[in-house]
Design a protein around this ligand. Structure first.
Ligand code: EPZ
Length: 432
């Protein structure tokens, strides 16, 4: 296991290039299982969640050929199993996309209940409701088993109304519907950039999906998906994390390879807090020289402020003048990292889904833990700004979703390094 050692209180200066979007990649890679041909996928982030998904695809019979650091070719013409092994699937939440992909193409899927970051109840009832509407029989236990009821093993298009706005359910039902007979509509669909990216990927392979990015998506089922080439969008949350890093430390970063529209909700909040943000084509210039102002934020589905930026913005607020407030409206338990921030001196009170943050002058380095992916990123942001040395443990969570975080930060002047520690020293199993 690794730890990060950070000597903080250094402003960041320079350029950072954003990698492909994790939450698009973890859907597009399973979706490649639906393609009866070879697909080439570019701009894939080098993160552990992606590596794990490649192992799952390989086990099912897909041939994954690495072309370079960020591009692969996936050949799914000879899939021999629709039951990925329990141990692999349990390590990653996004393995639920295997259900939609395998059920859609082969009319059956048996997939362990997904694992992933723990920040509250994570039901999949909306996914199941969608599969059932398309004519699948679904049983849930340690495994989710889904089988198309029709004689020819194909799902049948139908209207699906989502009771909650769910990224995962929208993408999963979209995948299942692509090869179904007839038309599926998804109402109250989520609108995140990765939903549009998955739809674009599937369309480029021959699917017929319209309306992705709105709350009403229409999918006309096709007979098969052919091969093709696709390039994944840049990661909104990775870019946002670097924006909060420079907001916390001061300095100036050019954040390259972003889609400006995706960054608006984050840029607007940081500008309100006194951070200078300028959009230059597909680059953001982010500078913080003066004091940070207090603010209020409430997480919401896109285009609202993303829950996956909540720990990072709260960390910046902990250094702002006055009292800030964060309301977490997506997940019911996403403030576990607050105890860790308090170890650095933060003054935060949590009551249910609301955190009240009294700004302090500076953090002071201490040993802390990453308790999930984005919480871990927030710990790095805090450590970069802290006076003294911070040791961050359980960084395997961070490595699930950030490509070369340490290398990218070192290149802009951060004093951060990775040290290896024996597993037993951390007193924790590797949850992945
Ligand atoms: C995705 O999770 C992301 N994960 C999460 O990012 C992100 O926090 C979340 O969307 C919200 O943006 C991936 O893309 C792999 P949801 P997902 O279904 O799809 C409730 C990260 O840090 N709900 O949109 O699992 C649910 O309880 C990760 O990168 C149901 O009630 O989230 C939650 O309150 C962590 N029934 C809300 O909807 C369901 O069937 C939103 O969840 C599904 C969800």
């Amino acid at each position: 296991m690794n730890q990060y050692i950070v000597n903080g209180n250094r402003p960041l200066f320079g350029e950072v290039t954003i990698s492909g979007a994790k939450n698009a990649a973890v859907a597009i890679i399973p979706a490649a299982l639906m393609v009866d041909g070879i697909c080439r996928i570019e701009n894939i982030p080098q993160i552990s969640d992606v590596t794990l998904l490649f192992s799952i695809l390989d086990e099912l019979g897909a041939k994954v050929r690495v072309l370079n650091q960020h591009a692969v070719e996936i050949d799914s013409r000879h899939i021999h199993s629709t039951k990925p092994s329990f141990d692999l699937v349990r390590k990653i939440r996004a393995s639920y996309y295997l259900i939609g992909a395998l059920l859609g193409r082969f009319g059956q899927a048996t997939v362990a209940m997904p694992g992933g970051c723990n920040f509250g109840v994570r039901p999949i009832d909306q996914h199941v409701k969608g599969f059932k509407a398309l004519g699948a029989e679904v049983t849930e236990g340690n495994f989710v088993e889904a089988v198309a009821k029709s004689e020819n093993g194909r799902l049948v298009g139908a209207p699906v109304y989502m009771d909650v706005v769910s990224v995962g359910a929208t993408m999963n039902v979209m995948m299942a519907a692509v090869l179904a007979e007839g038309i599926t509509t998804i109402e109250n669909a989520a609108k995140e950039p990765h939903i549009v990216d998955l739809a674009n990927f599937l369309n480029s392979m021959g699917a017929d999906i319209k309306g992705a990015g709105t709350d009403s998506i229409k999918i006309r089922g096709v007979e098969r998906l052919n091969g093709g080439t696709y390039c994944i969008i840049p990661d909104q949350i990775e870019a946002g994390t670097y924006m909060t890093a420079v907001a916390a430390t001061g300095g100036q970063l050019l954040i390259k390879n972003i889609i400006p529209k995706h960054m608006e909700c984050i840029s607007a909040k940081l500008m309100e807090m006194g951070v200078y943000v300028e959009e230059i084509d597909d680059t953001l210039l982010v500078r913080r020289s003066g004091p940070l102002q207090r603010a209020k934020v409430k997480t919401q589905p896109y285009p609202g402020f993303p829950t996956d930026m909540q720990p990072q913005i709260a960390t910046v607020m902990a250094l702002a003048e006055g009292t800030s407030m964060v309301t977490e409206a997506v997940w019911n338990n996403r403030f576990r990292y607050v105890d860790e921030l308090r170890r650095l001196g933060a003054n935060i009170q949590v009551d249910g889904r609301v955190a009240v943050i009294e700004g302090i002058d500076h953090f002071t380095g201490a040993p802390i833990e990453a308790c999930d992916l984005r919480a871990g990123a927030a710990m790095v942001v805090a450590a970069l700004a802290a006076h003294g040395t911070t040791e961050i443990s359980h960084v395997q969570y961070i490595e699930r979703g950030y490509e070369d975080l340490v290398g990218k930060l070192r290149a802009v002047g951060a004093d951060i390094r990775i040290v290896e520690v024996p597993d037993e020293d951390l007193g924790m199993e590797n949850i992945g």
